[in-house]
Design a protein around this ligand. Structure first.
Ligand code: B1M
Length: 211
């Protein structure tokens, strides 16, 4: 692996918010592909942070500063991954469900969807069902994209789908879901229209849903 990728990996593990964006820029300047930098350097580092947390070596504060370093690096990658001035192929209301603060995966999905010419209304994290409903109504969205990283917050996806139904919107909007603990089977059980395991497959799914 390239030295600079190892440095990116380590700077995220260390939660170094200054070094991570510098090293990501250095990798781009060296001609490395954004997707390669993202997967091999950055996403791999977050998996390692998860492992350290599981093993009791890292606690919530370490996870949080690692996440901040990751976000700082993503800000450098974003312009390379998102092409500007493309005509919108659909409107997506996106958010991490109620009770869940994990937003890195959701941000990546939004970034990739934006790069694929979707218009994104990003509601952030810890989004209650009524906010999804309100945003779909207000923006005339084609897709609701929900993320969950905790087994305890996954059921809030179902609650949101039920709220969309109760508001009479379910026939007008497609629902896609994703996040590490999810499966295609779970997505089907809660009545979603599709599940994607990662950001690039989320783009393929969203295109399918609007076609
Ligand atoms: Co949390 N956390 N965390 N955490 N955290 C996990 C998720 C955990 C697996 C760690 C572990 O134990 N190994 C575990 C969950 C266990 C479970 O329920 N199964 C966990 C826990 C327990 C917790 C707390 C409860 C800890 C505590 O307080 N005791 C707490 C909960 C807070 C809350 O949300 N209410 C907590 C807090 C946090 C931080 C705030 C410190 C921080 C998040 C900061 C932030 O996001 N701004 C954090 C972090 C960083 C993690 C880990 C280490 C990394 C998550 C991440 O960003 N991954 C994580 C361990 C891990 O995942 N290995 C962990 C990188 C990201 C690119 O991947 O989000 O999976 P991911 O997204 C992917 C795919 O899933 C998919 O595409 C993305 C890109 O490929 N995808 C979609 C995601 N959304 C999608 C939507 C789609 C389609 C695809 O369509 C709509």
């Amino acid at each position: 692996m390239e030295e600079v990728l190892k440095e990116i990996f380590q700077s995220i593990i260390d939660g170094d918010q200054k070094l991570t964006p510098q090293k990501v820029q250095e990798a781009l300047d060296a001609g490395l592909e954004p997707g390669y930098i993202l997967n091999e350097g950055m996403v791999a580092a977050m998996s390692e942070v998860g492992r350290l947390f599981e093993e009791g070596e890292y606690f919530v504060p370490e996870m949080l500063i690692a996440a901040r370093a990751m976000q700082a690096g993503l800000a450098v990658l974003k312009p390379k991954m998102v092409e500007a001035n493309i005509q919108s192929i659909g409107k997506v209301v996106a958010g991490t469900v109620k009770g869940d603060l994990h937003d890195i995966g959701k941000n990546l999905v939004c970034m990739m969807l934006e790069g694929a010419a979707f218009e994104i209304i990003d509601l952030g994290s810890d989004v209650p069902p009524e906010k999804f409903v309100e945003a779909v109504e207000k923006n005339g969205a084609n897709i609701v994209a929900m993320s969950a990283l905790l087994t305890t917050t996954m059921p809030n996806m179902k609650t949101t789908i039920e709220a969309l139904k109760a508001a009479g919107l379910r026939g007008k909007v497609k629902v896609m879901v994703g996040g590490a603990p999810l499966t295609a089977k779970y997505a089907e059980e809660i009545g979603a229209d599709g599940y994607a395991p990662d950001a690039s497959r989320a783009v393929a799914l969203a295109k399918d849903l609007v076609s």
